[in-house]
Design a protein around this ligand. Structure first.
Ligand SMILES: Nc1nc2[nH]cc(C(=O)O)c2c(=O)[nH]1
Ligand code: SF4
Ligand SMILES: [Mg+2]
Length: 223
């Protein structure tokens, strides 16, 4: 189930920020964050899945990618690891491209997926972001991702007071390669939050990423 394919655009978040990319956004999620910026991928109480998602075979998606030039393909969602067997097929068919998978870190990746992706951008949800009752921290999934050697951990933070919660998770699960990203649906909030966070993120030895697509295009879809 695919919500949308778009690009070329720039990877807007994380270690590959600024790189020309194609995006494949898969439907469905196992969490239900109130502040989710892509509720059309999973919230069937507000969106009709027959209108907002399409069944595309791996061959279709691969043909869409192969007809375009960017070397980086970002698979996001929703939670793309809910469709792991198909995702493994897709990544294997795209073996000439680099494929990054954005995930909420609650699903243990299959060994075939670990083998074939370039990297996982793992965004565990902080308490204030997830819905109460959502199983936002799944230790065996975070441990598997932290140990796989291909994961970087990207935390969406809305104010500096949340950095201690990030530090606790980093310590508890020995998370390597930590990135902090400002929460914000518009460029003014993204910039203000990044400025508020910058010195503390530096002090803690972590990395900072903007939401480049939000700075450039605000909340426009398909960018
Ligand atoms: N340009 C751009 N970069 C992104 N990186 C992660 C995205 C996502 O929605 O997961 C995203 C997105 O939606 N657009
Ligand atoms: S995990 Fe991501 S896609 Fe799923 S509800 Fe939360 S923000 Fe939305
Ligand atoms: Mg997004």
């Amino acid at each position: 189930m695919v919500a949308e394919c778009f690009g070329p655009t720039f990877q807007g978040e994380g270690p590959s920020v600024g790189q020309q990319s194609l995006f494949v956004r898969l439907s469905r999620c196992n969490l239900s964050c109130p502040g989710c910026d892509t509720p059309e991928t999973w919230d069937w109480s507000r969106f009709d899945p027959r209108e907002v998602s399409t069944r595309h075979g791996v061959e279709d998606l691969a043909a869409w990618v192969m007809a375009r030039s960017p070397r980086l393909v970002v698979v996001t969602g929703g939670e793309p690891l809910l469709q792991q067997p198909q995702l493994v097929d897709l990544v294997q068919v795209l073996s000439g491209r680099r494929v990054e998978v954005e995930t909420n870190g609650t699903v243990v990746p299959m060994p075939e997926l670990v083998e074939s992706v370039s990297g996982f951008n793992v965004s565990p949800k902080l308490a204030a972001f997830a819905a109460p009752g959502d199983r936002r921290i799944v230790p065996e999934a975070l441990e598997a991702l932290a140990a796989c050697g291909k994961a970087r951990f990207k935390f969406v933070v809305h104010e500096a007071g949340q950095l201690d919660e990030v530090a606790s998770l980093v310590e508890e699960f020995s998370l390597p390669d930590v990135w902090v990203m400002p929460e914000g649906a518009n460029s003014a909030v993204v910039l203000r939050t990044m400025r508020e966070l910058a010195d503390q993120v530096l002090g803690r030895g972590w990395n900072l990423t903007p939401r480049l697509h939000t700075l450039l295009w605000e909340a426009e879809r398909g960018r």
